[in-house]
Design a protein around this ligand. Structure first.
Ligand SMILES: Nc1ncnc2c1ncn2[C@@H]1O[C@H](COP(=O)(O)OP(=O)(O)OP(=O)(O)O)[C@@H](O)[C@H]1O
Length: 255
């Protein structure tokens, strides 16, 4: 059994785009050893809320976040917070694989270099290998590390992006529909990988696929119109939802 430990506590979070409120009073705990899925119909605020967890919303003009989000008890919106360091601790993998137009090796080495994590070439080689191994990609790329990351298949590119996130020793990995551009085989590989990774990291995944949420997560939050309608053990949400709106969504009545 994986040990579970509270990593992020979000309390009474509101998010606005200009005058429009996109997230309304959301409180959620995210733990290491657990995959947490965010599900809900299009436009309900899943991605917006996900981005509050590593301040990716800072990059969107007119976006304002209220409430408290604590990482290991430390307010990530506090004025002294180093956002570059925060985003290394809370890494992100996007919908579309987005490797840099650089070699496979450089894709993984880039972050550790910026953060000064390797003292020499041997250290860096070790970080690159470990990250690619954890992302389940090492065997496929170990003989072609100098080739461009963009020459890999879509599924391999997404695992490279996961290796890139892992390389800077994150504590949390946020995944925003990481399989939506992938075929079923590549999707299955990523889902297995997510299951392996949860031992070390807190993982949050936004997904449009209820089957995927049911397969990979242990906790599920159902979002609707900017609120969390229900949050709990995945199995309970899917087999015994407490709220009518959750039931309607999982039975496909709207979505
Ligand atoms: N950059 C933005 N500027 C203004 N409004 C935005 C912006 N991004 C999202 N919104 C609005 O905020 C609300 C929540 O959007 P968000 O993308 O978080 O939902 P979502 O649940 O992730 O949707 P989807 O499943 O379609 O990706 C929507 O009404 C959307 O139009």
């Amino acid at each position: 059994m994986t040990e579970q430990k509270l990593k992020i506590a979000a309390r009474n979070v509101n998010v606005f785009y200009g005058a429009k409120q996109a997230i309304n009073d959301v409180s959620i705990d995210i733990s290491t050893g657990v995959v947490t899925a965010f599900i809900g119909p299009s436009g309900c605020g899943k991605s917006t809320f996900l981005r509050t967890l590593n301040r990716m919303n800072d990059t969107i003009a007119g976006c304002r976040v209220e409430g408290q989000i604590a990482l290991d008890g430390q307010d990530i919106y506090a004025s002294g917070m180093d956002v570059v360091e925060l985003r290394a601790r809370v890494g992100m993998v996007f919908q579309k694989p987005n490797p840099f137009p650089k070699s496979i090796y450089e894709n993984v080495a880039y972050g550790p270099r910026i953060h000064g994590l390797a003292g020499n070439k041997a250290d860096m080689d070790a970080i690159v290998e470990k990250s690619l191994r954890r992302a389940g990609l090492w065997d496929e790329v170990k003989d072609r590390l100098a080739e461009s990351g963009t020459a890999l298949s879509g599924g391999q590119q997404q695992r490279l992006c996961i290796a890139r996130a892992i390389a800077v020793s994150p504590e949390v990995i946020l995944m925003d529909e990481p399989c939506s551009a992938l075929d079923p085989i590549a999707t299955a590989r990523i889902e297995e990988l997510i299951d392996d990774l949860k031992e070390r990291y807190a993982i949050v995944i936004v997904t449009h696929s209820m089957q995927q949420a049911a397969r990979v997560s242990q906790r599920t939050a159902f979002f609707h119109l900017g609120t969390v309608v229900e949050y709990g053990v995945t199995e309970d949400i899917f087999t015994n939802p407490r709220e009518e709106r959750t039931k309607d969504y999982i039975t496909g009545r709207y979505g």
